[in-house]
Design a protein around this ligand. Structure first.
Ligand SMILES: Cc1cc2nc3c(=O)[nH]c(=O)nc-3n(C[C@H](O)[C@H](O)[C@H](O)COP(=O)(O)OP(=O)(O)OC[C@H]3O[C@@H](n4cnc5c(N)ncnc54)[C@H](O)[C@@H]3O)c2cc1C
Length: 479
């Protein structure tokens, strides 16, 4: 096992992509499950706090320790088995999403979850129930986890299998928290009637155990994909276009069947224009969408064109992918906005205040314009984009001074409050970590958070693992 005791040698593990800074005494990098197990048992006995590190691409400080030891899982990076017949792949937690996707695609298989950051570990994706553009059609990471092996703080390895219908976990009987009425959610423990234990672990941000192995579900690789970027002179038209595309996509009779529907506002297009100079200057919004081709491509193209015309897209400037190179270029267009914004923030040394909220579909249109007005009225520079197919908004406020930062935080609070009033979620994909606990408490009552704290204590009696994530530690003193 590699052990680092000199802080300067593990400084990069004391933060993540949120830039939240933490502290730890040592970093441990086990090279076998036995080493990991012995370390965890020893820490549990001594009540030493442990924080699990994935690849640190998280945006909420989840892998950032406040104290104690860090366990980096990076040595567990093997794809253990591909079962082509049953379409499953078994992986260790530190396999990169990017590597997994490329590996299965070479075998004509497909792993649908596609968080924008493909440099993340599968273990991190499962711990945060990560999702992406294709979640619109295929759902989040949760839907692709068949089996999990999880190491508990007491050294026990739990083997959870979705196909074994063991729902007899008595302590879960009274676990009852309300679910947001959204198609995506990454806020706190998952809850539903007749909950399977595997679902409790997915998205629990490492509070209940360390994921050491996962069997993931694959599907056949779609042969061809139709992809486009359309520009609009008004945001309203772009939103209405998305709304109707969404309705049609869920109608089995319709030829339109998007697998992703993403929105970019005017400010996003300005950020992207250096790399994509053919973005029209007059565009006020853009929509990126794609659909798998399982029937006549001309028919699909005609149906999309008809819909685009209805919502007055800029016909002269739309981009339609005609070969795999275009398709990759459009994917870059979609993915690079979060990078561009982060790069800008880093260059200017500003702090971004960005939402990850989703609301019920019926409320999204009004909610979007409400948020925009709030931020515009406070004279803040902002960039908004997101997975609008899932009514999920990334509105990034880019304050230039401490006073603006304060205003941005006030707006952020108001947006979360409004989200909760609409039965939405304050985090649709990034999770709560340490940075969003305050807003998490807007979403759930004290009673509900205490139920989560009880579950935490059931698996981690000595409260050593990932303390500070999701649940404010003060709740542990109350159960
Ligand atoms: C530019 C950019 C774009 C992004 N886009 C998306 C997006 O589209 N969708 C999305 O969902 N997220 C997105 N993210 C956030 C991030 O990539 C995801 O949250 C990702 O799942 C984190 O994986 P990681 O390996 O980096 O985990 P880390 O950041 O290292 O950890 C995340 C959390 O998981 C826990 N954890 C990690 N591994 C394990 C394990 N094996 N067992 C138990 N707990 C574990 C950690 O303790 C921590 O609480 C983006 C981030 C960036 C920087």
């Amino acid at each position: 096992m590699i052990i680092k005791s000199d802080k300067s040698s593990f400084q990069s593990y004391l933060t993540d992509s949120s830039n939240y800074k933490g502290n730890a005494e040592k970093l441990f990098m086990p090279e076998s499950i036995q080493e990991l197990k012995e370390l965890v048992i020893d820490c549990n006995r001594k009540k030493t706090k442990l924080t699990v590190s994935g690849n640190g691409t998280g945006l909420t400080g989840g892998r950032v320790p406040d104290n104690g030891f860090i366990i980096s899982l990076e040595k567990f990076n093997e794809i253990l088995n591909l079962d082509e017949k049953n379409k499953t792949v078994t992986v260790q937690p530190a396999v990169l999403l990017n590597d997994l996707q490329s590996f299965v695609e070479q075998k004509n298989l497909f792993y649908p979850p596609d968080p924008t950051e493909r440099n993340s570990f599968i273990g991190g994706n499962i711990a945060t129930n990560a999702s992406g553009a294709r979640t619109f059609k295929y759902g989040p990471t949760r839907d692709y986890v068949n089996k999990l092996k999880v190491l508990n703080p007491n050294g026990e390895i739990l083997e959870l299998d979705r196909n074994i219908n063991d729902r007899s976990f008595k302590f879960l009987k009274n676990f009852n928290i309300k679910k947001p009425l959204t198609s995506k959610n990454a806020s706190g423990f998952f809850c539903e009637e007749n909950l399977h234990l595997i679902d409790l672990f997915i998205g629990s941000e490492g509070l209940l155990g360390i994921i050491i192995e996962a069997e993931l579900k694959l599907i056949d690789l779609p042969k061809e994909v139709f992809s486009a970027v359309a520009f609009f002179d008004s945001e309203n038209d772009a939103l209405n276009f998305i709304e109707e595309s969404k309705t049609l996509s869920f109608n089995n009779q319709s030829i339109i069947g998007a697998r992703g529907l993403e929105f970019f506002d005017e400010h996003s297009l300005i950020f992207l224009s250096k790399d994509f100079p053919n973005i029209p200057n007059s565009a006020k919004a853009a929509v990126w969408f794609e659909q798998e081709i399982i029937r006549n491509e001309d028919e699909i193209f005609e149906n999309w064109s008809f819909l685009l015309e209805k919502y007055k897209y800029s016909a002269d400037s739309a981009w339609f992918a005609s070969d795999p190179k275009d398709y990759e270029k459009f994917k870059d267009f979609r993915h690079s906005i979060s990078w561009k914004v982060n790069e800008y923030i880093a260059q200017k040394n500003f702090k971004k205040v960005g939402t990850d909220v989703a609301v019920p579909d019926k409320d999204f249109h009004d909610f979007y314009f409400w948020c925009k007005k709030l931020v515009s009225d406070s004279n803040l520079h902002f960039v908004s984009y997101g997975h609008f197919g899932n009514s999920h908004l990334h509105l990034n406020m880019l304050p230039k001074s401490d006073a603006e930062y304060k205003t941005a935080k006030e707006n952020y609070y108001l947006i979360c409050k409004k989200t909760v009033e609409l039965n939405g979620t304050i985090s649709a994909e990034h999770g709560i970590g340490k940075l969003k606990r305050e807003y998490f408490e807007l979403m759930y009552s004290e009673e509900e958070i205490l139920q989560m704290a009880k579950i935490k204590k059931h698996f981690d009696e000595n409260l050593i693992l990932n303390i500070g994530n999701i649940i404010d530690p003060r709740f542990y003193e109350m159960v």
